[in-house]
Design a protein around this ligand. Structure first.
Ligand code: PRP
Length: 207
């Protein structure tokens, strides 16, 4: 059995659709099923449904052989895994955003709300800009609205959340998308299975 960690939530349905297109379907992936482990014995796979930010942890420690995770999370947590394929779905970008009328005061330490601490630190240290990070786990956009921070470093997909909260993109840090990753030992010992699935996914990727 190949253990595959898939993200629940926004990216989930697109990822399940990709796996069903390569014949590794599992009907229970859709709908209101609450099981977290779903087996498809006829396809030799077991799906583990996990929080998107935890996929790389399951794969790095070998609880899953392969998984699908956003490049944003890989950049921020830098797990010791193989990155096999850009799946071309879940495309978005990590940006600096702030109030529509934002003007930076370069004399002051910049206060940044984010869940991407490493990405934010690397970005601002490459620009010699001193920052103070306030780590939040969600609804990051609230921070500059309430004056908790000056700006945010966060994912922007359609831009709607920013617009509806009177914020705007100030700088784009990096474009990101979903990636297929593999545990290093699994890649050696289950190589045929993993390279087989990788090749099939490559064939059905959106252009
Ligand atoms: C993400 C991100 C933004 C939003 C951007 O949040 O943090 O809030 O999506 O998408 P948009 O540009 O299409 O509006 P998510 O929905 O993952 O929830 P979170 O706020 O709990 O992180």
């Amino acid at each position: 059995m190949l253990n595959i960690a898939l993200p629940k939530g926004r990216l989930g349905d697109q990822v399940y659709a990709l796996f069903s297109r390569i014949g590794c379907d599992c009907g229970a992936l859709y709908g209101d099923d609450r099981r977290l482990v779903l087996e498809s014995p006829e396809n030799g796979v077991r799906y583990l449904l996990v929080k998107p930010s935890d996929v790389a942890i399951y794969v790095e420690y070998g609880a899953a052989d392969i998984g699908v995770v956003g490049k944003d999370i890989l950049l921020d947590s830098n797990p010791d895994v193989y990155e096999l394929l850009d799946l071309g779905i879940g495309r978005c970008r990590i940006c600096v955003a702030g109030p529509e009328d934002y003007v930076e005061d370069r004399e002051r330490v910049l206060r940044v709300a984010t869940k991407f601490q490493t990405v934010a630190n690397n970005y601002y240290s490459s620009r010699n800009r001193e920052i103070q990070i306030i780590r939040l786990n969600g609804s990051i956009e609230l921070a500059p609205i309430l004056g908790l921070t000056d700006v945010i470093v966060d994912i922007v997909e359609s831009g709607r959340t920013l617009r509806e909260n009177h914020l705007k993109v100030l700088e784009t840090i990096v474009p990101v998308s979903a990636r297929l990753i593999a545990n290093r030992a699994s890649y050696l010992f289950k190589n045929e299975l993993i390279t087989g699935i990788t090749a099939k996914l490559q064939e059905v990727l959106p252009q």
